[in-house]
Design a protein around this ligand. Sequence first.
Ligand code: AMP
Ligand code: ZN
Length: 115
Amino acid sequence: MNQDCIFCRIAGGQIPAKELYRDEDVLAIEDVNPQAPCHALVLPLQHHDNIATLVEAGDGATTGKLFEVASRLGRERGGENGFRLVINTGSNGGQTVNHLHVHVLAGRPMTWPPG
Ligand code: AMP
Ligand code: ZN
């Protein structure tokens, strides 16, 4: 638990969030500033700065769990029209909260390329 990290504080129940799913490894919440009709975030309960540091740590089980939960939410929310998973990483990646999270976006057509 990193007391300076907003997502650690949400994971620890110190800051409220609308929880969609929780197990012993990961948490899914509604994004507070949704960019699509469905905008969820899936994060590991344990603090990792970003996807690169999680992969460097060799924790393939948590990496897999994040994608399993994100994909399931995307299927549930996006249905046959699909969904988008995004992991912003570092400053050029547009990451603003330095606790790894997978964005799950669904409910409208997405455009490409990203901004
Ligand atoms: P990123 O820019 O990829 O790091 O994404 C951070 C995301 O966290 C943004 O989409 C924010 O809207 C979202 N966010 C920030 N604070 C909260 C919060 N307290 N509860 C839920 N989502 C949050
Ligand atoms: Zn954290």
